[in-house]
Design a protein around this ligand. Structure first.
Ligand code: NAI
Length: 343
């Protein structure tokens, strides 16, 4: 079984290498992302293994199918970069639904603490033997209201962490969890009441630009926004305007809507063409990490283990526990009820 890995970094290879040769697997690691220009590299592969910024649109899916690729194994949780309707009935799609919700939730809290206590500024100052405290005044998290959007695996861990800090938690989820002891509110109420808003829902057509000019207008002055989910949940232009208008107190971004050609790569020494990102990064109250929230040793191990199991199960004809299709999210239409696979 030949598996073509796209968008791979050294840490991916390290996590997967120990599985090579086992179960008849041969791995080919490509640094390039999978897209219409690079799909030819998948010729001869039985499966492709992709990450968040690989682009499996309808044309790419068509080419993969023509090469005989019958499985797309995502080594991440989100699947917004796959045209699920285009692959349905031809190529199965599996993902890693959870590898470490702790990694992402802890990173969200790390960004929040760093931002509100100005640690990013303090670190640089003391490196330069500047021990002044001017401009470093923060605020207590204790007693503040945090609005959590999406109360799935990561959102729930984040809620637990926030409660540990003595924060009041409110949440919005399209599918609220029953008996979870969470105070669910409408998006409008969440925008109105939250001192801090953290996004943990998937990117769908419905959630695209969940944070936009209108929702920012409804928010409290000085609100802190955290996005460790997917960049396009926030309209970046509206965010920039909100910061310039002093409405948004701080933004902590691990993801960005136009990140695909930038994040994960060393772009130092290059001219950054994206003016919105450049302006955001230049702001003293914006913290950007480049889709790093998942990056812990534990998460990488779990990603490799589950991905290898997904691929093994597929080729062994076993039920595909982690398969996704475009019917997912609509429980009444779930295709897997009573079946092994989505089709
Ligand atoms: P999950 O599937 O466990 O939870 C997602 C929650 O969002 C569910 O409770 C669901 O009901 C809710 N939801 C679905 N549609 C919604 C809508 N329209 N409005 C509000 N809520 C909605 O997912 P998990 O594991 O908690 O991951 C959340 C997101 O985090 C993923 O979709 C992914 O995009 C992102 N992520 C980011 C990583 C990073 O490194 N920055 C790593 C892993 C995931």
């Amino acid at each position: 079984m030949k598996i073509a890995f796209f968008d791979t970094k050294e840490y991916d290879k390290k996590a997967f290498e120990k599985y090579e040769g086992k179960n008849g697997f041969t791995f080919k690691f490509y640094e390039t992302k999978l897209n219409a220009d690079t799909v030819g590299l998948a010729e001869g592969a039985d499966a492709v293994c992709v990450f968040v910024n690989d682009d499996v649109n309808a044309a790419v899916a068509e080419r993969l199918y023509s090469y005989g690729v019958r499985l797309i194994a995502l080594r991440c949780a989100g699947f917004n970069n796959i045209d699920l309707e285009a692959v349905f009935g031809r190529i199965h799609v599996v993902r890693v639904p959870a590898y470490s919700p702790y990694a992402v939730a802890e990173h969200a809290m790390a960004l929040l603490l760093c931002s509100v206590r100005r640690l990013h500024k303090a670190y640089i100052r003391t490196k330069d033997f500047n021990f002044s405290l001017n401009g470093l005044t923060g605020f207590d998290l204790h007693g503040k209201t945090v609005g959590v959007v999406g109360t799935g695996r990561i959102g729930r861990v984040f809620i637990d962490i926030c409660r540990g800090f003595g924060m009041r938690v409110i949440a919005y989820d399209k599918f609220p969890a029953k008996d979870a002891g969470i105070e669910y509110v409408s998006p409008e109420e969440l925008f109105r009441r939250s001192d801090i808003i953290s996004l943990h829902c998937p990117l769908t057509e419905e959630t695209r630009h969940f944070v936009n000019a209108e929702s920012i207008r409804q928010m409290k002055k000085g609100v802190v926004l955290i996005n460790t989910s997917r960049g396009a949940l926030i309209d970046s232009e509206a965010l920039l305007e909100g910061i310039k208008a002093r409405k948004i107190g701080a933004a902590c971004l691990d993801v960005y809507e136009e990140e695909s050609d930038l994040f994960f790569e060393d772009r130092s020494g290059h001219i950054l063409d994206d003016d919105t990102l450049a302006r955001l990064i230049s702001m003293p109250n914006v913290l950007v990490t480049s889709h790093q929230a998942f990056l812990t040793g534990e998460a990488l191990e779990n990603i490799a283990e589950t991905t290898v199991k997904n691929i093994t199960d597929f080729f062994a004809g076993q039920p595909l526990e982690n398969e996704v299709c475009y019917h997912c999210g609509s429980m009444t239409e779930c295709r897997r009820n009573g079946r092994k696979k989505c089709f």
